[in-house]
Design a protein around this ligand. Structure first.
Ligand code: TRP
Length: 331
């Protein structure tokens, strides 16, 4: 089988709808940065969404299309990377079934996030085969495209470790078919939510890439700054302010230095500091909004991209499955 000249990068995100700044700085920006250097495959993990949301699938399709629209509007380029939806590649399920044959239950039961989520999401019955098998399915995603590097957040570390073990076991039993995937943890900046907790849709504290300039202004204005600055004349500490991490992302180094000084000496008020951020943030988001408008003006465009991505992904998957049945001596 032909090995691609460049190493392969593969990653997926569960469909959570509109991409917010936490998703962007934590994952999607990285994806865009990698697409010139590697053979990249990026997908919406809609089957993984089923592991927790099987009882209510009503949001998955819309969330998938919203997410991909945002990926494209920040510069993910379907000419450079294969962009697709997991469920459009049936070989994913086939390979997951094969991996399931020799994955010990103990490995799956020991994943820390497994036990945590069972506790946390108690309103959903997660005592299911599919939920326990989450990492098996994830291994199939990676192995199907022979991913070398998997850019993921630290929260996925234990999953990646199992993926490596499953791949190793396959290679040990049937011969070297798959590269051992490596996690690609890149330093990602801290992106707090509007309330200072982690930015997350479930906390309703997000700024979305697709928010209008007015939405951004309103949201930033509502943010709580350093509580020490009760009065305009009270000096503050940018390290304790929810706003400052955003200045680090959207304001220049010189501006950050000036803001830091202004905050510590009370020369700069919080309202002005916010207005400054709003200006810079909106300047950065304007081209994203413009691209998004261009994309949504073409009805069916995102679906077309996913159609084409699906064709490419299935071709890659077919090749891999040939190698799998060959190694396993199936017909
Ligand atoms: N588990 C990942 C998440 O929750 C999504 C995912 C599914 C994934 N399959 C993958 C990530 C394969 C990297 C590679 O974000």
């Amino acid at each position: 089988m032909s090995e691609p000249a460049k190493k392969t990068v593969l990653s997926g995100l569960r469909p959570t709808g509109r991409v917010h700044l936490g998703n962007y700085w934590g994952a999607v920006k990285n994806w865009v940065d990698l697409q010139d250097r590697y053979e990249c495959r990026y997908f919406v993990a809609d089957l993984h969404a089923l592991t927790t949301d099987y009882a209510d699938t009503s949001a998955i399709r819309e969330s998938t299309l919203e997410a991909v629209t945002d990926w494209l509007s920040v510069g993910l380029d379907p000419e450079k990377a294969v962009v697709f939806v997991q469920s459009q590649v049936p070989q994913t399920a086939e390979l997951a079934l094969v991996f399931g044959m020799f994955t010990p239950l103990g490995w799956l039961e020991r994943v820390p996030t497994y036990k945590e989520q069972l506790q946390e999401l108690r309103e959903k019955d997660l005592g299911t085969y599919g939920f326990l098998g989450y990492p098996v399915l994830m291994t199939a995603d990676i192995a199907l495209y022979r991913g070398h590097y998997v850019p993921v957040g630290k929260d996925q570390e234990s999953h990646l470790e199992i993926c490596r073990e499953i791949v190793r076991r396959f290679n040990g039993l049937y011969g070297e078919v798959f590269p051992e995937p490596q996690a690609l943890f890149t330093e990602t900046p801290k992106v707090p939510g509007l309330d200072g907790r982690k930015m997350s849709k479930s906390y309703e504290n997000t700024i979305a890439l697709s928010d209008s300039a007015d939405d951004v202004a309103k949201k930033v204005m509502s943010m709580v700054t350093d509580p020490r600055r009760a009065r305009r004349s009270d000096p503050g500490n940018p390290d304790e302010c929810n706003l400052f991490p955003f200045h680090r992302l959207y304001s220049s180094r010189e501006e950050c230095a000036e803001i830091d000084r202004g905050c510590r000496t009370a020369a700069l008020g919080c309202v002005d500091c916010k207005k400054w951020l709003i200006r810079n943030m909106n300047a950065a988001l304007e081209p994203v909004r413009a691209k998004r408008a261009e994309i949504t003006a073409k009805p069916g465009y995102v679906r077309e991209v996913l159609e084409e991505g699906g064709v490419k992904a299935r071709a890659l998957a077919t090749e891999t499955m040939k190698a799998v049945s060959g190694a396993m001596k199936l017909l």
